[in-house]
Design a protein around this ligand. Sequence first.
Ligand code: ARG
Length: 458
Amino acid sequence: MALWKGRFEKELDKQVNDFASSLSFDKRLYREDIAASIAHVTMLGATAIIPSDESKKIAEELTKILADIEDGNLQFNNSCAEDIHSFIEQELTKRLGDLGKKLHTARSRNDQVATDLRLYLRKEITVMDRLLKDIINTLCDISEKNLDTIMPGYTHLQRAQPVTFAHHLMTYSAMFGRDLGRLTDCSKRLNECPLGSGALAGTTHAIDRDKTAEMLEFNCPTANSLDGVSDRDFCVELASACSLIMLHLSRFSEEIILWCSHEFKFIELDDGFATGSSIMPQKKNPDVAELVRGKTGRVFGNNLALLTMLKGLPLAYNRDMQEDKEAIFDSVDTIKICLSTFTSMLKTMTVLKENMRRAVAKGFINATDCADYLAKKGVPFREAYKIVGGIVARCIKEGITLEDFPIESYKTFSDVFNQDVYHAINLENCLNERKSYGGPTGTSVKNQIQLMRLMSKQ
Ligand code: ARG
């Protein structure tokens, strides 16, 4: 039975009922809906808007409904309710008769849904927060074991300058650290209570919005009732924070996929985190990373769906807004499953240090250091760059590295070269001399680890 019986002469068309129903996806808000209803009815009792014994009875029955849902004794299937709010209210009325009908005094589904959604997402943010801290700490753990694992750093996917695996991994840790900050920011603005905004214009009943806000552990009630029911900025903010988390995971996935290819072979995934091919026996595929990269699209899509859904809406509530839930739920679900699976994959992978070391030895990764050697001896850097460019070209022709290039040959390019050039281009020295703040040395990366560990403890 529809909630608006009275004004209407006909039942809702069956097709429209199915079309408009949100119960299949908003049923997951049942805990929040009941919590908000208990807070609301308790406030109605405390302010004597309804008698306090009635308020108590309603609250008690709501608690029972919650227990019945949790125990599987009350199911959502085959319900004729169009959403979770009407489902709970109908169930209450089924059990308490007319008394149940008092619950909806001084509220609307518009402030109800806004409150439920905020409560739900607030809880989900704490789960995502924990998962982000887990990946940050995992990256710190792996980095601690790889402070001197030299690997090529790349630009344009061309070997560029030496870094360590720890230095490289801590980049992702920094990204996830910023993601943590975005979640914290988002939950600050989200943590205001719309309950009591009514349909849009508040109510003539003498409600106490501070009390309901406090009971539901919000920082305060939302200040404007129209805004309370029409604001979904918190969904967009969260969806966009989710987009950035996926963007980071997706870039990381791309590297994992490259690193476990035979062309790189920098890591080996655990057998439990890779799949084989049904036809090619030699294959070990990085499906987790590929799926994470693939799922990024839907999270970006959800973000745009929310923005587009909201962009033309006049104040205050419009039914379009029902579309907010599937989008934000999907983003949150995707983030949770991706973060946790990806982290487990990282925890179990093997780092192939020797292969990384081999890759650094080729590719003239110390060419900048060779030019810096000349620059430190007074040759203008542009000039030094040109000289070393010529040396690299010669080495490529001869099929040798800078380390193998004889000192006599160096001297034909510039008489500034001395025996100590070999010290300057030694790969370990190239790495350890990059002492600038944020660089790849063990001391610097240890500092980065310390900062991230500190952040993930907050
Ligand atoms: N199912 C609705 C939603 O998710 C709840 C609010 C309905 N309000 C209304 N006036 N029809 O947005």
